[in-house]
Design a protein around this ligand. Sequence first.
Ligand SMILES: Cc1cc2nc3c(=O)[nH]c(=O)nc-3n(C[C@H](O)[C@H](O)[C@H](O)COP(=O)(O)OP(=O)(O)OC[C@H]3O[C@@H](n4cnc5c(N)ncnc54)[C@H](O)[C@@H]3O)c2cc1C
Length: 472
Amino acid sequence: MEADVTSPRTLEHIVPDLEAIVTPAQVLQRGHDDFEKYGADETEDLVFLPDVVVRPETTAQVSKILTLCYREKVPVTPRGGGTGLSGGALPVHGGVVLSLERMNRILEIDKANYFARLEPGVITQTFQEIVEAEGLFYPPDPASRGTCTIGGNLAEGAGGPRALKYGVTKDYVYGIEAVMPQGEIVRFGGKRLKDVAGYNLLGLLIGSEGTLAVITEATMKLIPLPRYRKTLLVPFPEMAAAARTVPAIMGRGIVPCAMEFMERACIKSIEAHLDKKIQHSDAAAQLLIEVDGNDETQLEREMEIIAEECEKEGALDVFLAETTAKQNEIWDMRRSAGEAVKSVSAYKEEDTVVPRANLPALIEGIHEIADRWSLSIISYGHAGDGNIHCNILKRDLEDSYWNEVLPKAIEEMFQLTVRLGGTISGEHGIGYSQKRYLPIAMGQSEIGVLKRIKESLDPLGLLNPGKIFPDS
Ligand SMILES: Cc1cc2nc3c(=O)[nH]c(=O)nc-3n(C[C@H](O)[C@H](O)[C@H](O)COP(=O)(O)OP(=O)(O)OC[C@H]3O[C@@H](n4cnc5c(N)ncnc54)[C@H](O)[C@@H]3O)c2cc1C
């Protein structure tokens, strides 16, 4: 099922055809100033250079490119903003990188039906700001929202801090236009809240990591923008106490729009990265808690209950952001966690997720495993969703020790995650870097079903090859 490795001659042969489909300026080859960036994403230090990069502007162009590449047996790797954390956009078999960055128009904001139609290359934050100016709200907010694209969000099934109250990307996708691996253009769903005609193929394409189709348009649900939000930052003397507070708050009947966890080492790395003092940065962990809604008095009552639960667990302070500027400052700090941790040392990030109530056991267990293998770990993430990003740091370990021990420690962490009712990726996908661990989360039969779907839609295995399925 894996793609053939193409010879350079084959690609030289198709470059004029690609240039005729788009324009010569939108076909990049080695030597172009921008070429190398298409060989990497945000996944550790992995680099795989493509042979050619193509940047189409229309669905018809995408269709012609896929038809040509299928005929010539050239692998194609779709790419959005290149912020992926599992190597999904890396052209691991070379061939063509199909960048959707120039398909970046918002086609319609339908205020009567609360829907928007947009192209895949729209930056998520741009989309959010545009609909918010209209009094509407698109909640899914990956921390990378300033640089990731809607197409990448659909392909990864992206989440974000607000998933706790509002759900993830898949909960907002009602229609997709896509180009299938052999060039056929298809449309599923649309601006309708109910639609059970045929199989639920939106569900299949969302989270398919660019391996089943190239998404060229999305119809996304919008909701009214809540009028008020209140943001708290709460330091705790122990990690376990912060973790226990999350289900305790939910147990009081409150659903915050975000409950984000950062352990001390994470806060310290943010302080160093931003060169800025953070209050109580010596506390073992901090929770960023946000509530939103239209009734300010109700939100104030909820905050009192939240403060009560935090204090029961020994919170060192309950800091309320009094102004929008202060709220933004707290969120900027949280959103910089990924970059901050990355600047500490070489690392490997794992995207563990468990049922929320099992979070204390997950955090404790992961630290125990790291200690046993003498590995250093920094964890942070979406505690309200039971989704914690564990960053295992190389620091000054010898390469040989790191290369030998790391996969063993990760396997143990994932086995623990699965025992706790969780799985090996909550939002970053399997892509290239996690595929060897898929059998920990799925049995032979389940992986077999996935493979049969892939083979039936892409018999030559040319669309984003080398992803999701473990090497056999
Ligand atoms: C600092 C940081 C913070 C992050 N925070 C979060 C977070 O909070 N939540 C979260 O879920 N993720 C997060 N991520 C991961 C990443 O931003 C998401 O996975 C995002 O959805 C990737 O979007 P992208 O446009 O960058 O896609 P890319 O990285 O370009 O591609 C990702 C995958 O999507 C496929 N793809 C892209 N566009 C299309 C298309 N149009 N059609 C078909 N396939 C396509 C690619 O082939 C690839 O497999 C974070 C990343 C960083 C660096």
